[in-house]
Structure formats: C-alpha cells, structure tokens
Design a protein around this ligand. Structure first.
Ligand SMILES: Cc1cc2nc3c(=O)[nH]c(=O)nc-3n(C[C@H](O)[C@H](O)[C@H](O)COP(=O)(O)O)c2cc1C
Length: 416
C-alpha cells in the first residue's frame, strides 16, 4: 500500500517517529537500511535553524540512503519557520514536517509545539507561510488537542488541509496528558474523516498487533512508531512485513543484534565525535541490552564515571558487553583486527584523556592508551595480554571497591 504525499510517495505505511535525542542520523540510517520508508529528523527549533547553529545543522543532516527524509521544524513565527524550511529544502530535505505536538514546557512556553493547537489562527499563518516558502510537500504532526475538553485536532486538520498541508500525523494523546494514559487510536478516526489528505496514527505501537489495531480503529493510512523502536531498529521492518503479509519476522539472532549494536555504536562516534557519541550511545546500548541476561550489570558498567583527582582518568569506558552469548565487552571496536583502522585510531585514542581499551572483532584486546596505562598502573602490554573476561571482572571489581590503592594492587596482580 503506497500513499502519495504531494510529489513524494510513501512506499510503506510505517514511519519512524521523530524523537529528540533518539532518531538522529545514525539511528535513522540503521532503520532505513532495514526498512524501506520514511524517516523524520528530530525536532529542530526554527530560530536555531536560521542561525545555522552547529547543533541544528547536525540534526538536519541527511544522507541519500534515507530518502525521502523529512526535517521537522518547530517555532511560532511564520517568517522564521518559512526561512528555516527554505534552508532545509536547499540542503536536501524531501519533506518539511511542522511540529504542533511537542508538550515540553520550554517549547510550549515559547508558543510553539502543542501550544499552537490552542491558537488556530496563528497555526494557520505558520502553515501557510511554510507551504508557500517551499516546493516540497509540507506535513504536520500534532496531538489530539490541548486537553480533554479541547480535542480540536479534527478542526485543525481541516485548517491544515486548506493551507496546503499534505499529510497529518496524530499522536493520540492531548498535550496535558504528556505520555500518561494510552493513545486514543479511535479518536484519530475523527481526524481521518475530517480531511481527504493522508492521516497517520501514532502512539503506543509496540507490538505487531498494536500496529494492526491502531490502523483498524483509526482508519488511518499509516502508522508511526516511536518508543517501540527503542533498541529494536528492526521493529519498523517487522511491522511493515506483518501489515503487508501477516508474516511475523523473528527478531535478529543475538549475533546479528551484536553486529547492529556495534555498527550503530561506530556510527554514533563518527557522527558526534568520541566524547558526545559515547554519551549518546549509552542510552541506546541500555535499550539494546534490556531483557538480555546480565543487562542490569551491563548498564551499570556503561554509566558515566566520575573523574578522580589524583592520577588522572576515570574508570575505563566499558561501553558494550554481552551476556550469555559469549560476546564481548570493550570500548572501541576495530573492524579487521590488525588492519588499518586500529593504527589510524591509535593516534586519536592515544590523545584522549580517558582510559581506553580497544578490542577487535575476535574479542582480543589490541590496544590500551596512555591514560589506561596510568589508570591501571600497568603497561599497555600487560593490559593487552590479559583475557577480556579477566579484564571485565577486574574492572567491575575496580569500580565497586572504595580503596583505590588496593584496587590498583589487585588490578596489577590480575593483569600481570
Ligand atoms: C524521547 C522522545 C523524544 C521525542 N521527540 C519528538 C520530536 O522531536 N518531535 C515530535 O514530533 N515528537 C517527538 N516525540 C513524540 C514521538 O514522536 C511520538 O509522537 C510519541 O512518542 C508517541 O509515540 P510512541 O508511543 O510510538 O512513542 C518524542 C518522544 C519521545 C519519547
């Protein structure tokens, strides 16, 4: 079932939801590689966009692989929204999506996001300005209304259609619900019946059956998936297949999941740089490991570590581990063991102030930087000849123990 959104075709009726701090380029690319369809950027403040701040440019970045990609804009001033839309059209966006759904106080306080559901006249001015500014299809994402007494999404959808909006996505909650209660898929039918443009239903789709029920109850043309894709970039594709054929694709094997995690992790470090990337990676890795044996311990290992004064360096960055499947833990993955990548990376890692240990695809420890040598008070050679299992056990012990010297002694003994 394909749906036309102006000049762009939505090949499958399943869209990955925009989620600030989650659906960045590395995650969207991962989902796009597994599932044909759309992706939407994280919400970008139009004021920041026209100033072309580094953060807004990073958020708006796209690649041809994820075409058609929508950039989502938020703001309350029609000319600024229009200018931000033009900028993104020039930078390769295929669609401009407007956010009238964000419930966050800071956004609503600035008369943007779901605050615009309370001011239909201003909402219309923004929609018109953006539609006139670009040749691309412009879409709208909103909630059912401000609160239970003011569920005006059907009326606003009609206004949007009159302004030239090509598709409306509705998260089946009011602004005042934030994320409480459950999404009202049935109410979305009122919006579907109010307009002739495509309507997408959103909220609480975490199983294949949810996707079917959301579509059946709402009569919508497609479904948008947000939190259901946490740690499951393959879920969008499973939903596509299920809706198309009734087939239930199994989750990827643990080995395949591991490959996905590693690929995602590498992509995050490349996209954001090591420091920010490893912070962003933490939450994804927590989601990936959820439900696997040992996940609680694993998440604890991935927590940010406090830097200690003397000696420099904090705990080593154990950013990934797997339990039960004989998988590994480590910090930075190198693709081909002794290939070019470790040498290139070595120079970068050596300069980092945090202790870093690198493991290769065969779980062999290949590299320890100077900070790691200093932190562990042992040579890189003895670190890289230790077994990974010993290293992990020892690291966990090291993080728990309160006596730093004693910990170091134990470490040196174990590593020697
Ligand atoms: C962490 C997080 C960030 C979000 N950021 C955005 C955003 O930038 N733009 C937007 O339109 N909606 C945003 N949303 C709302 C989602 O797109 C979606 O409407 C909502 O989560 C309900 O769908 P779900 O139950 O499938 O997650 C966000 C939601 C979450 C949980």
């Amino acid at each position: 079932m394909s749906t036309a959104i102006g000049s762009v075709t939505l090949a499958e009726p399943v869209i990955l939801a925009p989620m600030s701090g989650v659906t960045d380029l590395p995650f969207r690319r991962l989902v796009s590689a597994m599932a044909p369809g759309w992706s939407v950027s994280e919400m970008i403040a139009s004021q920041a966009m026209i100033r072309q701040t580094r953060q807004s440019m990073t958020m708006a970045a796209n690649t041809p692989e994820e075409f058609p990609m929508a950039v989502q804009l938020a703001g309350c001033e029609p000319p600024v929204m229009a200018e931000a839309a033009r900028l993104n059209a020039d930078r390769g966006a295929a669609i401009i999506d407007i956010n009238f759904g964000c419930p966050v106080k800071k956004v609503v306080g600035g008369h943007a996001g779901s605050a615009l559901m309370r001011d239909e006249a201003q909402a219309a001015r923004i929609l018109e300005a953006v539609v006139q500014a670009v040749d691309l299809p412009v879409t709208l994402k909103m909630r059912t209304g401000w609160d239970a007494q003011n569920r005006n999404a059907p009326r606003l959808a009609r206004i949007a259609e009159e302004c030239g909006i090509r598709m409306v996505t509705v998260h089946g909650r009011t602004r005042c619900q934030f994320y409480d209660g459950s999404a009202d898929w049935k109410f979305v039918r009122e919006i579907k019946e109010a307009v002739s443009i495509p309507v997408i239903v959103n909220g609480d789709v975490v199983t294949l059956e949810d996707a079917r029920a959301a579509l059946d109850l709402s009569g919508a043309d497609g479904v948008m998936i947000g939190r259901g894709a946490y740690g499951r970039p393959w879920f969008v594709n499973q939903v596509i297949r299920y809706l198309r054929t009734g087939e239930r694709l199994p989750d990827p094997s643990l080995t395949e999941q591991r490959e996905t995690v590693l690929m995602h992790y590498d992509a995050m470090l490349t996209h954001y740089g090591v420091s920010v990337g490893s912070r962003v990676a933490r939450k994804h890795i927590g989601w990936y490991s959820k439900g696997l044996p040992g996940s609680a311990e694993f998440s604890r290992l991935g927590q940010p570590h406090r830097r200690s004064g003397a000696g420099g360096g904090g705990d080593p960055r154990i950013l990934r581990a797997a339990r039960g499947g004989g998988m590994m833990a480590g910090v930075v993955r190198v693709q081909n063991g002794a290939g070019d990548a470790p040498l290139e990376m070595g120079a970068v890692l050596a300069a980092l102030p945090d202790p870093i240990v690198v493991v290769d695809a065969h779980d062999r420890m290949r590299y320890a930087n100077a900070a790691a040598e200093q932190f562990f008070e042992t040579s890189a050679l003895s670190l890289t000849t230790a077994s990974l299992g010993d290293f992990l056990r020892w690291t966990a012990h090291y993080s728990r123990s309160s006596n730093r010297c004693a910990r170091r002694d134990t470490a040196s003994r174990n590593m020697a």
